[in-house]
Design a protein around this ligand. Structure first.
Ligand SMILES: [Zn+2]
Ligand SMILES: [Zn+2]
Length: 141
């Protein structure tokens, strides 16, 4: 693993914005929140995001085209699997990893001679709070 490098001011601001947010944010939403801090162009946000993604402090959710701060950066091994459960109703995201799923996938990749670059699972559904808010009748009733 690469040693931790100090974050630039822009990277620190982007990371703070994502950490403070309950929901994943698009690059443009991040830009909006950082205008008072001198951010003017999407490129500034993208540059900071690229660096943060590489260090594993931030994850990209492809299905939402949005970014989240890592829930536990210190636990990530270099090629560790990351899974996200995304509530379709409130937009909250839960990050978790599971070594059993990781082992299964690693075994599959070895058997297929597949070289994995990133392993990110995105699971969509409804969280407990949103299901409760919808009442006891299930969806479609
Ligand atoms: Zn993470
Ligand atoms: Zn929810």
């Amino acid at each position: 693993m690469s040693p931790k490098r100090a974050l630039t001011r822009n990277q620190a601001l982007v990371l703070q914005t994502l950490t403070a947010s309950e929901e994943p944010l698009s690059a443009y939403a991040i830009l909006d929140r950082l205008r008072d801090d001198g951010f003017r162009a999407p490129l500034q946000v993208y540059r900071a995001l690229d660096a943060l993604l590489q260090t594993g402090l931030v994850h990209r959710l492809d299905s939402l085209k949005a970014f989240v701060a890592c829930a536990h950066p210190h636990e990530h091994a270099d090629e560790a699997m990351v899974a996200f459960a995304i509530c379709e109703s409130c937009g909250r995201v839960w990050e978790f990893s599971d070594s059993k799923i990781e082992d299964r996938f690693a075994a599959w990749a070895a058997a297929e001679d597949f070289v994995t670059k990133t392993t990110t699972f995105e699971i969509s559904g409804l969280c407990a709070a949103c299901r409760k808010a919808q009442g006891p009748a299930g969806p479609g009733v």
